[in-house]
Design a protein around this ligand. Structure first.
Ligand code: ADP
Ligand code: MG
Length: 634
């Protein structure tokens, strides 16, 4: 668990600089179609409406200083009655109020109207990535950390939202506004005002970017230590039991405090640097304003400018500095957002290892004969797990595979389900090479009870019904009865509605296995595959289930990997797997007489059983299905 959480925690921060830039255009290219979605005229009209509101809000905003200046002039000279009503500049006053109000309102309309577009984009993108992840091969998922994948999507979608709201509606319009303001000042008061504004804003932007780049390192350190702290906390709480066993609470607290201390100092530094940024920004803006006001004062003294003009100059610069205030944050966040989006979109570049051929057939199992022909396979090229394996499970027969742990038994089930393709040789069902049929139809045909069952964090009912979500509840109960878990479930206070906890951890190993058996039974497949499906059960429960399973699977092709040899005695053929080869094959009795590995393993287990009977008679004396007597867990 440590590795998983660590890797997750390490992912986000180091990436800001290394990858951020190159693929901006690609990121935008992927995103654009979602903002102008084909066939969604409602969304397109929202985009147009939002843009119109944006322009109107900006125009109203630009009008505010002008009308304010005009007001000041009118008010300072009420003897000139042109444009006055009731002795005051009523129209201008109303225009001032109206333009301020419209500016705000159009901004709100813009955000409200656009929200459906951006949220729709976020949903579509997240769904597309999620769907793609499910299409990828098991190898990819074993290599990637699930937590990190989840984070990629989370952060990526947040990034989209951020980019849309800030770049589209904040940064670009503000830059446009700067140009307009310069133009207006130039037209009204002369080029020198436009120049001072332009220089001020340029210095401001440059300074902000420079300080922000420096601050990014501090922020990164802060994020790293925050991640470290949360990793340590999560890891520690996950291992709660272990901490208790070893009574190491104080050690844990100390470890967490270390990380928190380093976070604390980084956070303080970050805050200090933020203040520095704010002060520097203020210095530039106020410096610019002061210079312009001095210029304006001279102009007023010379009679070339009115008091209103003075107000106009001041207000324009103040107004510009408001959105620019956030420029530092926005700049940093945009870079992060681009990286996050790029990370998310890079998932879309992952190609599934196993893909259906374009002309793949739909598997229609009639007899259900499974055949391995000269199959060689290794997860990595350097290490062969299965070496020239050939065997056939005739229709409706039961074949068992036994052998030492790690020899490649579960690997065979992964090849039958086509999680991987064999390196050489072929696997066929009813004569169809698995590479020629669709994965969907293949997996529909096979019911698997895996070696390690992980359950969904939902109710027991949900987990069993997962085998066939369309099943009636009576069918679900029947499957549970066959798997000998119905009575146990009813004995729970919440019955079938009991929640099984994360990964099913609230159930014991044997209970989980029985849920897994029940859901495979419910699936009602043509072919069964049991991978040490009863290894965590006590022998009496195992026998009870075995009887039911034999009944269920009779008439269906069944492959079973067995832990206890007593469960394979009735198999039509038993294969002994050793060092990647099948070293023995035959019925139970044939194998016993040949005195090989199987006979040896059988004797060992018989001995164990005898000892268990003498020493621990309770193993069999536990008929109540509710009692949890499973040996070990998985
Ligand atoms: N995804 C994987 N990547 C690399 N090696 C693997 C992977 N899965 C299993 N192995 C290795 O392949 C061998 C066979 O595994 P498996 O088929 O699960 O054994 P078992 O016979 O106990 O079911 C083991 O040595 C295991 O370490
Ligand atoms: Mg296994």
């Amino acid at each position: 668990m440590t590795d998983r959480t660590k890797a997750t925690a390490q992912y986000p921060t180091e990436t800001v600089d290394q990858q951020g830039r190159g693929n901006v255009w690609r990121t935008c290219a992927v995103l654009l179609p979602f903002l102008w979605p084909a066939g969604r005229n409602d969304l397109k009209s929202r985009v147009v409406l939002a843009l119109i509101s944006l322009v109107l809000a900006k125009l109203a905003n630009l009008y505010v200083p002008l009308v304010l200046g005009r007001l000041v002039d009118d008010l300072s000279d009420l003897t000139d009655t042109t444009g006055l009503m009731l002795g005051i500049p009523l129209a201008a006053l109303l225009a001032y109020g109206l333009s301020r109000f419209s500016s705000l309102t159009f901004n709100e309309i813009r955000d409200a109207v656009f929200s459906r577009v951006s949220q729709n984009a976020v949903r579509q993108v997240a769904l597309k990535v999620f769907q793609h992840l499910h299409s990828l091969s098991i190898r990819f998922h074993l290599q990637r950390k699930t937590g990190a994948l989840n984070r990629f999507i989370d952060r990526g979608t947040t990034g989209i939202q951020f980019l849309l709201s800030f770049v589209a509606f904040n940064i670009l319009p503000t830059l446009f506004e700067v140009l307009l303001v310069c133009g207006i000042l130039w037209a009204l008061f002369g080029i020198q005002y436009a120049l001072v504004t332009a220089v001020t804003i340029t210095i401001y932007v440059w300074l902000t970017f420079a300080i922000t780049s420096w601050r990014t390192q501090i922020r990164r350190k802060m994020n790293d230590s925050e991640n470290e702290a949360s990793t340590r906390q999560v890891d520690s709480l996950l291992n709660f039991e272990t901490v208790r066993y070893f009574n190491n609470q104080s050690h844990e607290i100390q470890r967490v405090d270390q990380a928190l201390t380093s976070y604390e100092s980084a956070a303080v530094k970050s805050r200090e640097s933020l203040s520095l940024l704010n002060v520097s920004q203020a210095l530039v803006v106020i410096g610019g304003i002061t210079v312009m006001l001095v210029m304006a004062a001279f102009n007023i003294r010379d009679g070339t400018m009115t008091i209103g003009g003075f107000i106009v100059v001041n207000t324009y610069l103040m107004q510009l500095s408001i959105p620019l205030n956030f420029l530092g944050t926005v700049y940093r966040e945009i870079r992060q957002a681009l990286v996050d989006m790029e990370n998310m979109f890079s998932l879309l570049d992952e190609k599934p290892e196993i893909i259906d051929k374009t002309n793949a057939r739909i598997l229609d199992v009639h007899s259900g004969e499974i055949s391995f022909q000269h199959v060689c396979f290794g997860y990595e090229p350097e290490r062969l797990i299965l070496d020239d394996i050939s065997f056939t499970v005739p229709p409706a027969q039961k074949v068992a595979i036994v052998g030492p742990t790690g020899v490649g038994k579960s690997t065979i089930s992964r090849l039958i389900l086509r999680f991987y393709d064999p390196t050489s040789g072929s696997v066929t069902i009813d004569g169809n090479d698995l590479r020629d049929i669709t994965q969907d139809s293949l997996r529909d045909a096979i019911g698997v009870v895996p070696q390690d069952t992980v359950l969904f964090n939902d109710t027991i009912y949900y987990n069993i019904a997962y085998g066939d979500p369309s099943a009636e509840s009576e069918q679900v109960y029947e499957a549970a009865r066959t798997a000998s878990i119905h009575d146990f479930i009813l004995s729970l206070p919440a019955g079938y509605q009991t929640r099984v906890g994360e990964r099913g951890l609230k159930l014991s190993g044997g209970e989980k296995q029985r849920v897994a058996i029940a859901r495979a039974i419910l699936k009602n497949p043509k072919i069964f595959f049991f991978d040490e499906a009863t290894s965590s059960l006590d022998s009496s429960t195992e026998m009870a289930i075995q009887k039911n399973v034999d009944e269920i699977s009779s008439g269906r092709t069944t492959l079973m990997i067995a832990h206890r040899l007593s469960t394979v005695v009735s198999a039509d053929e038993i294969l002994v797997l050793e060092h990647g080869h099948i070293t023995e094959r035959g019925t139970h009795h044939q194998l016993l007489t040949s005195a090989g590995l199987y006979a040896h393993m059988w004797q060992e287990q018989e001995k164990e059983r005898a000892t268990a009977h003498i020493g621990l008679a309770s193993d069999n004396a536990r008929p109540s299905p509710g009692a949890t007597t499973e040996a070990g867990g998985n």
